[in-house]
Write a protein that binds this ligand. Structure first.
Ligand code: HEM
Length: 437
């Protein structure tokens, strides 16, 4: 079967994507599972069927790379990293970093997650209005920076620059990437910010090289990996790139996933009641521990379901390195492939009543009833998110600790408007009122 061509939106595909990516993707999903999108300078294919997605992410994954537009946007600002690179460098980096994300390592970081969340809620009070996106951003920045490189970034003046850099970079890769040599004001600003961030991370790395103190965080693991590296690929600059990348890749998406989860819990009182009953039964008034998580299956289902309905990574892309075929599908060389967890997760043939928030879709025993590659909040295949277990552990601890103390609700006139800028977040933030339990 030859692919259908996606109807050209009035504004043109690229402009429609930039104006309202979520609306654009939803429009595509109405037109078919496998669509060709003529983009002027190139062609993209939209894939929305689990069988086709499995071909790209698993069966023929070697033939698909990260899109050159991402590398192009990053060039001149920072070097390649685990997120942007492919081939041998990607394999070496992934093998080097994977051990830092095993369950024992995550368990070691759980206390930071518990303490930081408890500290945050102890500063809240009943009746207060909180802008949840900002509060979650602050929380995840504190947790991620301490767990990854042993420093609370919130205490450092450079933090503002890093946050602004991530914001500008996300805007850059969501639009048409402009090379870093074009003297745009945003590019100049980004170059200054990245240089300041690099100074901070270089200082942290040097400190580690010359200390006798034993650290068990991700930075320590990277510094040790560099010392024993025989490939020559883990250079000083690469270590710095990875530390910055892990931080940038992790903190904002986790914060926005938490915001969407809190919003959905507020919108569905029966889910909230059942979740509160589980938290109450397992924790009562005491602080959560890492071990408690295994006894809180409904909490996990709630989180999984919120990432089904509102996945922060609404779309991600690959690029064919040669012409690739399977069944009756053909993706020409250099064409981009768009995979949208947002629209995939809303397929009503896979998820009946798909717009309803229903954590019972996820089997409480942990067994999945979904077709494989129909649920991709963290992507899938070899390039599945390296921080998945870290994020899932952190978010369950965050949610249980917050809900144990407070009920959070939006005002009746609040309308959730998801906004896409590489990642997805509530457009105008998420103001919620606190009420003590
Ligand atoms: C709820 C939180 C998170 C979500 C929804 C999420 C989602 C994703 C997705 C969809 C991808 C695949 C992107 C693609 O293939 O283009 C990815 C990759 C990645 N994520 Fe996450 N992520 C989360 C948390 C984290 C955290 C905490 C870290 C930090 C350790 C992290 C680090 C990365 C890295 C380094 C990659 C690239 C992996 C590779 O290509 O080998 N993520 N993430």
């Amino acid at each position: 079967m030859v692919s259908a061509t996606a109807q050209r939106p009035q504004a043109g595909h690229l402009r429609a994507m930039r104006q309202d990516m979520i609306g654009y993707l939803e429009g595509l999903s109405q037109q078919g599972d496998f669509l060709k999108i003529p983009l002027g300078l190139g062609t993209a294919y939209y894939l929305n069927h689990p069988d086709d997605i499995r071909e790209v992410l698993v069966t023929q994954a070697e033939l698909f790379h990260k899109p050159s537009t991402i590398k192009y946007a990053a060039s001149g600002l920072f070097g390649e990293n685990l997120f942007t690179t492919d081939g041998r460098l990607w394999k070496v980096l992934r093998q080097t970093m994977q051990p830092a994300f095993q369950s024992q390592q995550i368990r070691d970081h759980a206390q930071i997650m518990i303490d930081e969340t408890a500290k945050m809620v102890s500063q809240w009070h009943s009746g207060q209005m909180i802008e949840i996106c900002q509060a979650m951003m602050d929380l995840t920045m504190g947790i991620t920076s301490q767990a990854f490189f042993g420093v609370d970034l919130r205490d450092r003046p450079e933090a503002k620059n890093i946050v602004r850099f991530i914001e500008l970079f996300n805007q850059r890769i969501s639009g048409i990437p402009v090379p870093a040599w074009v003297p745009l004001p945003a590019t100049r600003e980004m170059k200054t910010q990245i240089a300041q961030a690099a100074q901070l991370f270089d200082a942290l790395i040097n400190e580690r090289r010359h200390t006798s103190r034993i650290y068990t965080d991700i930075l320590a693991m990277l510094v040790a990996a560099q010392a024993s590296d025989t490939t020559g690929l883990i250079t000083d600059q690469q270590v710095r790139n990875e530390v910055m990348n892990l931080f940038a890749a992790g903190y904002e998406v986790t914060a926005n996933s938490l915001a969407f989860a809190l919003h959905l819990i507020d919108q569905y009182p029966t889910v909230e009641t059942r979740l509160r009953a589980e938290i109450d039964q397992i924790l009562g008034n005491r602080a959560i521990t890492f071990e408690d998580l295994t006894n809180m299956p409904y909490l996990e289902c709630v989180l999984k379901e919120s990432m089904r309905l509102m996945p922060v990574t609404a779309v991600f892309a690959r690029q064919a390195t040669q012409t690739v075929t399977w069944a009756d599908r053909t993706i020409p060389k250099n064409a981009a492939v768009l995979i949208s967890p947002w629209t995939l997760h809303r397929r009503s043939d896979i998820y009946p009543d798909s717009l309803t928030f229903d954590p019972d879709r996820f089997d409480i025993s942990g067994r999945s009833q979904m077709p494989k590659f129909a649920y991709l909040p963290f992507s899938g295949g070899t390039r599945i998110c390296i921080g998945q277990a870290f994020a899932m552990t952190q978010m369950r601890i965050n949610l249980a600790t917050i809900l144990q103390r407070y009920r959070l609700s939006t005002t009746p006139d609040y309308v959730m408007q998801p906004y896409f800028s590489f990642n997805t977040r509530p457009q105008d933030g998420l103001p919620m009122q606190l009420q003590t339990i």
